[in-house]
Ligand binder design. Structure first.
Ligand SMILES: [Zn+2]
Ligand SMILES: [Zn+2]
Length: 104
C-alpha cells in the first residue's frame, strides 16, 4: 500500500459578504483565510496552521491582508503592489519579498 501524506493549503471563505476590492475597485472581494492541513491521499485531515485573514478579489486576483488595509487610502495611490500576491512592495524591490515574483 502506498501511503501519501503531505501538507495542503485549503482556502476558506470566512465572510459571505462581498467587499470592494482595494486593488481594482470591483465589489468582488471576499474575506478568506488559507489554512494548512496535513493531508493523506490528498484529503485534508488535521489543521496544522491557521492563515491570516485576507481580502481576495475574484475579479483581479489581488490578495490583501488586514494589515495592508491599515494603510491610508491616499497612500495607496502610486503604491507598487506585487502582481502575483498583491502585497505592497518598496519602490526599489526587483522581486517580491513575499512570493519571489519579479516586479518588472
Ligand atoms: Zn480586484
Ligand atoms: Zn508577491
Amino acid at each position: 500500500m502506498i501511503f501519501i501524506a503531505g501538507v495542503q493549503p485549503k482556502t476558506r471563505r470566512i465572510e459571505e459578504t462581498a467587499r470592494t476590492c482595494p486593488s481594482c475597485g470591483s465589489p468582488q472581494a471576499f474575506l478568506k483565510r488559507i489554512d494548512h492541513y496535513l493531508s493523506v491521499f490528498f484529503v485534508p485531515i488535521i489543521p496544522i496552521r491557521r492563515g491570516t485573514p485576507m481580502l481576495s478579489c475574484e475579479n483581479c486576483g489581488a490578495a490583501v491582508t488586514e494589515a495592508d488595509q491599515a494603510v491610508g487610502a491616499e497612500e495607496l495611490q502610486g503604491v507598487r503592489r506585487c502582481r502575483h500576491c498583491g502585497r505592497i512592495l518598496d519602490q526599489d524591490f526587483a522581486f517580491c519579498p513575499y512570493c519571489g515574483t519579479g516586479t518588472e
